[in-house]
Design a protein around this ligand. Structure first.
Ligand code: C5P
Length: 227
């Protein structure tokens, strides 16, 4: 069967990654979490003093962006890919609130996006890929054969993120997470470079009132109709 490219975009914490990972596993495609790449650049910036309080030293980041190598390796225990920053597994670190609250301004920088998009396009060269993010259907793979745009209310998204962090034993405050979700929505939709928006040819999925198995079934149906 011919392999295709699948782009899954949408708001933060709306379950895109879970859907994308499950579908990729089901159909034997590669899964790439593009958000993890922006999170890894953010972690690098925090750990290397590129953040001065909330200010970003953009000139330093511009000089160093070429030294930031991001890769993914399957974790045999979870069966999911872990994110590596310059050879170090940073999967847990990039998911916490410290990185979440700083990632959107980093992802709004044009030179950061250029570097990430080039890496993402190279990863998708051979097709047979499911990539999730904000600009996959609009900028990274505008010719993707299947595009999905996922949304849900900010409250339900914050609740899901809260439950996820708690399950991992990480400290979390619902109000802080809700604030972060809303703030990221705003920055992602209003940035100049590749703002978050639904591609004209993407299918819309509002999963506010859907269970994970329902979403999985819906996505599998869209895939079956496309190939
Ligand atoms: O998907 P996730 O929430 O992990 O992404 C983290 C952040 O990275 C988003 O809030 C957004 O600012 C940025 N991002 C982006 N473009 C993508 C993926 C993520 O700007 N393709």
């Amino acid at each position: 069967m011919k392999k295709i490219t699948i782009a899954i975009d949408g708001f933060s914490s709306c379950g895109k990654s879970t859907m994308a990972k499950d579908l990729a596993h089901e159909i034997g495609y590669i899964y790439i979490d593009s958000g993890a790449m922006y999170r890894a650049v953010t972690l690098y910036s925090i750990e290397n003093g590129i953040f001065q309080g909330n200010e970003i030293d953009t000139e330093r980041l511009r000089k160093e962006i070429g030294n930031i190598h991001i890769s993914f390796q399957l974790n045999p225990e979870t069966g999911r890919p872990d994110t590596y920053l310059n050879g170090v597994n940073v999967e847990d670190k990039i998911r916490g609130i410290v990185v979440s609250s700083r990632v959107s301004p980093i992802a709004a920088l044009g030179f950061v996006r250029e570097a990430m998009v080039a890496q993402q396009q190279a990863m998708g060269n051979a097709k047979g890929i499911v990539m999730d993010g904000r600009d996959i259907g609009t900028t990274v793979f505008p010719d993707a054969e299947l595009k999905i745009f996922v949304t849900a209310t900010p409250e339900i998204r914050a609740q899901r993120r809260f439950d996820e962090l708690k399950a991992k034993g990480q400290e979390a405050s619902f109000d802080e997470i809700l604030e972060n979700v809303k703030q990221r929505d705003y920055i992602d939709q209003n940035r100049e470079v590749s703002p978050l928006r639904k591609a004209d040819d993407a299918f819309l999925l509002d999963n506010t009132n859907m269970t994970i198995p329902q979403q999985k079934e819906w996505l599998q149906e869209q895939f079956n109709k496309t190939v």
